[in-house]
Design a protein around this ligand. Structure first.
Ligand code: ATP
Ligand code: MG
Ligand code: FE
Length: 363
């Protein structure tokens, strides 16, 4: 079946077209095939604010959707009327941004007369993995670490379409958000992740030791798998202020390297701890922050030492996109699951345990 996925939870308008696998079929028909992954981002419009502005994002989705759908359909070499099912992110995300995608998906599904699958954005990030044609099938259970501008979550995935458990998440800033905020205070442009990554390459990660959030023995009882990055951000701000007050130059490369090391260390430590505690020798990484070279390097090295296999979907499928949403729906269809009914809405706080919004949703 041909599935068209719509993603508008944050600042990317993503349209993905996936030819879903046919259960029991061998060869290419037994695997999902990615036909188009069209992304229009409003990131540049948010740059001067140093972060995503919800109203600006929603408006940008409204303008980008129609051309993005046309582009995706053309790139996939199909006609819109060939689409067998529509999929859309119902949440979590920015309410106004989600509403634009949900409205468009309903209109499209009704006009085409196709079923509609409303799915969870975070589980979509995991589903990106099934589009990796070069990787062997995902094995269960697997621990998943999702790190982006809006989320930092540690999940135990027993079955992509049936059972995803939240082990922990950030109690304040997301990891990507921390990168963006620290970049800003170092005078680097938005988005800060790639800028810090570049600056850090020239610095010494050991020169300044910044705190690892929620990593003390006393945190283990309540927050073993949770993250906190706002204290780290404050520590960097204070360190920079002290340098400036003393009239000393701020060693941007060392600060960037020390900060990046603190984030990477805590992400990888907690993810591998979750693997060890749950006896799961598999770790899946996802979200835009996975673009960080140091994060991938440290995760791969420490996982190997711990006997854990790491999976990383192709990076263009790690950032927000519609292909992963189409892929999750394609999996649901292959598993014979019923579509969502039309009364669902955008749910900005949709819990990760709710993989598909069906048959009835909380609005
Ligand atoms: P959501 O949270 O809904 O997934 P998002 O748009 O905030 O949405 P992504 O698009 O997946 O998230 O990722 C963007 C984030 O990733 C930004 O915060 C950006 O700074 C960060 N990022 C991108 N490249 C890097 C990098 N090399 N190192 C660290 N962070 C990075
Ligand atoms: Mg984004
Ligand atoms: Fe995302």
């Amino acid at each position: 079946p041909l599935v068209l996925g719509i993603e508008t939870s944050c600042d990317e308008t993503g349209i993905g077209i996936v030819r879903g696998r046919v259960p029991g079929a061998s060869g290419p028909r037994g695997r999902h095939t990615l036909l188009s992954n069209t992304i229009a981002s409003s990131m540049d419009e948010h740059a001067r604010f140093g972060g995503v502005v919800p109203e600006v994002a929603a408006r940008a989705h409204l303008e980008a959707l129609q051309p993005a759908i046309e582009h995706a359909v053309a790139e996939a070499g199909i006609r819109l009327s060939d689409v067998d099912a529509v999929a859309v992110t119902s949440g979590p995300g920015l309410a106004g941004a989600l509403m634009v995608g949900v409205g468009a998906a309903k209109a499209l599904a009704v006009s085409l007369g196709t079923p509609l699958y409303a799915v969870n954005h975070l589980v979509g990030h995991i589903a990106a993995d099934v589009l990796d044609a070069d990787a062997p099938p995902l094995e269960y259970p697997t621990v998943a670490l999702l790190v982006s501008g809006g989320h930092t979550s540690l999940l135990l995935v027993r079955d992509l379409t049936r059972d995803v458990e939240l082990l922990g998440e950030t109690i304040d800033d997301a990891a990507g958000e921390a990168f963006d905020k620290v970049a800003r205070l170092l005078g680097l442009p938005y988005p800060g992740g790639p800028e810090i990554d570049r600056a850090a390459a020239e610095g010494d990660p050991e020169a300044i030791r910044f705190p690892r959030g929620l990593s003390r023995a006393s945190d283990m009882a309540k927050h073993r798998y949770d993250f906190s990055f706002s204290g780290l951000k404050t520590a960097v701000a204070r360190w920079v202020e002290q340098q400036e007050a003393a009239g000393a130059a701020v060693p941007v490369a060392d600060v960037a390297a020390g900060f990046r090391e603190a984030v990477v260390d805590v992400l990888v430590t907690k993810a591998l701890d979750a693997c060890a505690q749950h006896g799961v020798p598999r770790l899946l990484l996802g979200g835009g922050v996975i673009a960080n070279r140091r994060l991938r390097e440290v995760a791969l090295a420490r996982a190997e030492a711990a006997g854990v296999t790491v999976r990383i979907p192709p990076l263009r499928l790690c950032t927000d996109n519609g292909a992963m949403i189409a892929a999750l729906a394609a999996e649901l269809i292959a598993e014979g699951r019923a579509p969502s009914t039309l009364e669902f809405g955008a749910d900005s706080t949709l819990p990760v345990t709710q993989i598909q919004v069906a048959p009835r949703a909380v609005v």
